[in-house]
Design a protein around this ligand. Sequence first.
Ligand code: MN
Ligand code: MN
Length: 460
Amino acid sequence: MDELRSKLFYEQKNGYDRIDTAEHVAVEEYCRDYMAFLNNSRTEREAVINAIDQARECGFVEYRPGMELHPGMKVYRCNRGKALMLAVIGKQSLGDGCVIAGAHVDSPRLDLKQIPLYETDELCYFRTHYYGGIKKYQWVTIPLELHGVVMLKSGEVVDVTIGRDPDEPRFVITDLLPHLAQDQMKKTLAEGITGEGLHLIIGSIPYADEGKDRVKLAVLSILNDAYGINEEDFLSAELVAVPAFDVCEVGLDRSMIGGYGHDDRVCAYAELKAIFDVKDPERTCVCILADKEETGSDGVSGMQSRAFDTFMEDLCAAQNVELRRCYENSFCLSADVTAAYDPLYPEVSEKRSEAKLNYGMGICKFTGARGKSGTSDASAEVVAYLRRLFDREGVLWQMAELGKVDQGGGGTIAKFMANRNIDTIDAGVPVMSMHAPFELVAKLDCYMTYKGVLAAYSDD
Ligand code: MN
Ligand code: MN
């Protein structure tokens, strides 16, 4: 009966029961580099800069329209400093399609408003407008750091980073003490902290003079000394507050990684590493690091932007191939994180269908909510292809679904790729506490996601 059972049942195994010592070492090495990348990539702009630096070291050159392309060439195109596309030209024609992996490098955060500064009761604050889906109560009483750019009227760019360096000050949004929180505590988690109330405290010493708004004046003088900016310059600034914790190992066995921005830089890094490591691919490999996924993939740097089609059309033109032919023969891994089953909150999950930590890369055939609404739903044919490929290449993977039916749901860039007539499937790292200031992933799953993307890139 046991024999029959093992022949007929689908049983999953913990990844650590399936990898050998050599692969365990590879997991650790890979994750060490990923942690360094994540620590230095706190915004989409920083992720793109770091990705370009690493790409150049691996021999990638900036693509210029009209450039001649031959097999083995490595090119990249940066979209306005916020999104990046890389390609390794394959031996086959682009008319046979390419292998695409697409992740996003934006993460939930607190954007400063365009008129953010104000003083009240001799304290100075920045007002914010949050970006992406956050649970607001998680963002108070944690250290925050500031990143971004101030574009001056002259066109000059002023880069701002305050709080990443341990010597630098940080910021915080205060919360009520429990002693006086009786009314607040009766509110729901959604209402206890409001979006309009997420203000960072940034100063308290008044300027040594008479008059009003003396703390604000003192704060602005500090900013003016450091960056040469004034209050009006915030109008054309993109400054974001992100958690000021370093990425770190979690657990006595150090098997997990905690940090801000795993969604979706953990998949972005996996793709990058894979496109750096792929050797003489048969089909052209394309890696996308997109922006604006957390707000719906709209806009010039989002996955719905024609910037991607323009890049691909340029590559196709170099081989006299029609873009639509390339698309219809292409395959895309939409590499985005999925929810990991959390034993502390079993009520939202249907355990058997959910991704588990240490079980490998999570494959989502469909996403969406309320009856799969908004999903691209990969075909059974595509899933069968991945089963074949991953099992052959020793990629540990698992089927994943985001929560119980009618519990909620989510979306990724998958549908925007599929809408282009590209066979697409969601695949990525399972995450706990997704969209929290400190998200949790398992090292083994990070490595397997890299291995999965590399297998797709390398397949002929
Ligand atoms: Mn994501
Ligand atoms: Mn997300």
